[in-house]
Design a protein around this ligand. Structure first.
Ligand code: KDG
Ligand code: MG
Length: 396
């Protein structure tokens, strides 16, 4: 089965998505997501100008060989743009292979380890009462695990409260002290309101210092969080040793990693409990399952990144991966803009009881309507610029 064509489709049904469609001489096609939020067009060029010409005429079944060729052959290995481009090809080829076999993708990966995947949505509140209201609403929709993000008194805003807007980056203000004084109280207040049964999660989004991270993780132990996520940037992974020395709060990390080498020390030193890599940003199914197998040696569980910028296509891939992977933990499910449903047709779904279903359609079960995609042209869009109150540039 030869690859005859491949093209990149860029659309913005509520937000930007980059999709690669690969066609074959067997009349079977597959799609993969290549969206890198805020840097979308870089991946478009990488694919169109450099990758697509090398794919034409190749055997669509040779997923591993094509992955290795794209990874090794370019010389400039790794990085978010390269790995998102490789991921798009990889996921599209897995989609094709599974469709050719007439099977849902999870069957090709080794069959189902579970029937449904525990998921968590986001509860955002501009203040604590608004957050508690949102948590109650999500409980009413059946969710058993919920991520909590709340506006901080004195700052108003906080990571995860505002949505990113189109145009140019918004300036946002951050203060570590105000966050540190408020976050434990906020998390405890939600725990008191919902009781012990609900899993609660929180993302600090790389915004505090190592010793504050250790203190926060220690201070919130009584809340029994499912996890604290991205406490500090992980370029220097040694800092996670410091955090671990002080606390037994579960830690999650890795949504911005794009290679198994980015998480090697964190995994083998058991400095984290959940690895957050997801197919689109970490080289597709081919590399994510290698990372999961490696993590399984230390009983570290998967938790694919599932913010709104992971397209419905990535959800298809992640949910088939989640259906198979033995050391599955949880799947993030932030939801997509309403208009995305006009462009992407998905076999996956929410079951109304805290879990996602992969669906049984051949492939990963997501299709793109190209005519509908044309109705939603690309719009330049950015994440915010975060600054401390004195103007110092900080981590988004
Ligand atoms: O594009 C950035 C988002 O994907 C990120 O801010 C979301 O941290 C995130 C999460 O945990 O979903
Ligand atoms: Mg995160």
């Amino acid at each position: 089965m030869k690859i005859t064509a491949a093209r990149v489709i860029v659309c913005a049904p509520g937000r930007n998505f980059v999709t690669l469609k690969i066609e074959t001489d067997a009349g079977i096609h597959g799609i993969g997501d290549a969206t890198v939020n805020g840097r979308e067009l870089s991946v478009v060029s990488y694919l169109q100008d450099h990758v697509v010409p090398t794919l034409i005429g190749r055997d669509a079944h040779a997923i591993e060989d094509i992955w290795q060729m794209l990874y090794r052959g370019c010389y400039w290995r790794r990085g978010p743009i390269t790995m998102a481009a490789i991921a798009a090809v990889d996921v599209a080829l897995w989609d094709i292979k599974a469709k050719a076999a007439g099977m849902p993708l999870y069957q090709l990966l080794g069959g189902a380890s579970r029937s449904r995947m525990l998921c968590y949505p986001h509860a955002r509140g501009t203040d604590l009462p608004a957050l508690l209201e949102r948590v109650a609403a999500l409980r009413g929709e059946g969710y058993r695990a919920i991520r909590l993000q709340c506006g901080i008194p004195g700052i108003g805003d906080s990571y995860g409260v505002k949505r990113q807007g189109p145009g140019l980056p918004e300036e946002q203000v951050w203060d570590i002290g105000k966050y540190m004084r408020f976050a434990p109280k906020m998390l405890q207040a939600v725990r008191d309101a919902v009781g012990e049964e609900v899993e609660l999660l929180h993302d600090t989004h790389h915004r505090i210092t190592p010793i504050d991270a250790a203190r926060l993780a220690k201070e919130v132990e009584p809340v029994n969080l499912y996890w604290l996520e991205d406490l500090v940037p992980a370029e220097n992974q040694e800092v996670y040793r410091l955090i671990r020395q002080h606390s037994v709060t579960r830690l999650a990390l890795g949504e911005i990693f794009n290679s198994i080498h980015d998480c090697r020390e964190l995994i083998q030193e058991q400095l984290i409990d959940f690895i957050r890599v997801t197919p689109v940003h970490a080289g597709g199914i081919t590399q994510v399952r290698r990372i999961a197998d490696f993590a399984a040696l230390w009983q570290i569980r998967t938790a694919c990144h599932g913010a709104g910028d992971m397209s419905p296509v990535t959800f298809g891939a992640a949910l088939h991966f989640g259906r198979w992977v033995p050391n599955f933990g949880i799947q993030e499910f932030a939801g997509h803009p309403r208009e995305a449903a006009e462009v992407f047709r998905c076999a996956w779904s929410y079951d109304g009881d805290g879990h996602l279903l992969s669906g049984e359609a051949p492939g990963h079960g997501v299709e793109i309507d190209e005519a509908a995609a044309e109705r939603f042209p690309y719009r330049r869009s950015y994440l915010g610029n975060v600054r401390l109150e004195d103007g110092t540039a900080w981590n988004y």
